[in-house]
Design a protein around this ligand. Structure first.
Ligand code: NAD
Ligand code: ZN
Length: 256
């Protein structure tokens, strides 16, 4: 039988998805590891090599801009060559089929956009733009390109002279409020809330599954490691995002 190739968790998720009225996905760095972008907290994660509190903070950018840009040089170089993987494409396909209403992402890599997803909420910002840390003015990412290539050359804002940073949330910064409000609204509206590739250790985003659950949504989690929400989840799939989501698409398409 065809279906025997799929685990019970995936079969159950496909059933839930087809019955749902407003399914929403929350993704984290784990959805992009199969595109060659390391996550933060796994064994091979970035945090095993550098201390984030020393490099990815506003204080670091103000006091040690060269080191800050050296870190982003490493991250941006990897991103330039990265392409969406089958997990991203599967989510774009589910949206196209009308089965997925929104993708909330903690990722800053832009791979959901690249794979064709439209309803994307980037709660931690993105690397397509740069922003002034003093006045907030936005620039296209070319403004920081030079600093990324030679980190001794730290770019400054044309308006106020402040340092420019990639337009992502650094440690200790507030989330962009419009994106955050949209994320909370989507979580509250959802009747199926699926987490993909997130350790759920970063606040306030890790509250979103709870928001959804308390509003009555079924929770499903696809992640290689346990998360604090596993106990509340109706479905927990311990597999790679690429394999799990492509199986999911295969199943819903075969019966669509
Ligand atoms: P995290 O590193 O804390 O957790 C990632 C989780 O994904 C881990 O639990 C890991 O077991 C799991 N995982 C790894 N590969 C997987 C795969 N192929 N399939 C399924 N699960 C897999 O990441 P997080 O929860 O997103 O929080 C980290 C923060 O890091 C976020 O704020 C995000 O902005 C930032 N970040 C973004 C990127 C990116 O844009 N791609 C990369 C690294 C970190
Ligand atoms: Zn400025």
């Amino acid at each position: 039988m065809e279906r025997e190739r799929h685990s019970e968790g995936i079969l159950e998720l496909a059933r839930s998805l087809k019955m749902s009225r407003h399914a929403v996905v929350l993704t984290g760095a784990g959805i992009s590891t199969e595109s060659g972008i390391p996550d933060f907290r796994s064994q091979e994660g970035i945090w095993k090599q550098v201390d984030p509190m020393k490099v990815a903070t506003l204080t670091a950018l103000r006091r040690r801009p060269v080191e800050f840009y050296r870190f982003y040089q490493m991250r941006l170089a990897r991103l330039d060559d990265a392409n969406p993987n089958r997990a991203h494409y599967s989510l774009a396909r589910l949206e196209e089929l009308g089965l997925l209403k929104a993708v909330i992402t903690q990722n800053v890599d832009g791979l959901h956009h690249k794979s064709g997803s439209k309803a994307v909420v980037e709660v931690h910002g993105n690397l397509r733009q740069a922003a002034c840390i003093d006045c907030g003015r936005l620039y296209p990412s070319e403004a920081i390109r030079k600093a990324v290539e030679s980190p001794t050359d730290v770019p400054a804002c044309e308006a106020c002279g402040g340092n420019l940073k990639p337009n992502v949330i650094l440690f200790g910064e507030q989330l962009p409020s419009a994106a955050w409000n949209r994320a909370v609204e989507q979580a509250g509206k959802s009747d199926l809330f699926l987490v993909v590739g997130s350790s759920l250790q970063v606040g306030p985003v890790n509250m979103l599954p709870r928001v959804a659950f308390q509003a009555g949504a079924r929770l499903a989690i696809i992640n290689l490691e346990p998360t604090y929400c596993d106990g509340e989840a109706a479905i927990v799939i311990r597999d790679t995002a690429g394999k799990a989501l492509s199986s999911l698409v295969e199943l819903v398409e075969s019966e669509h």
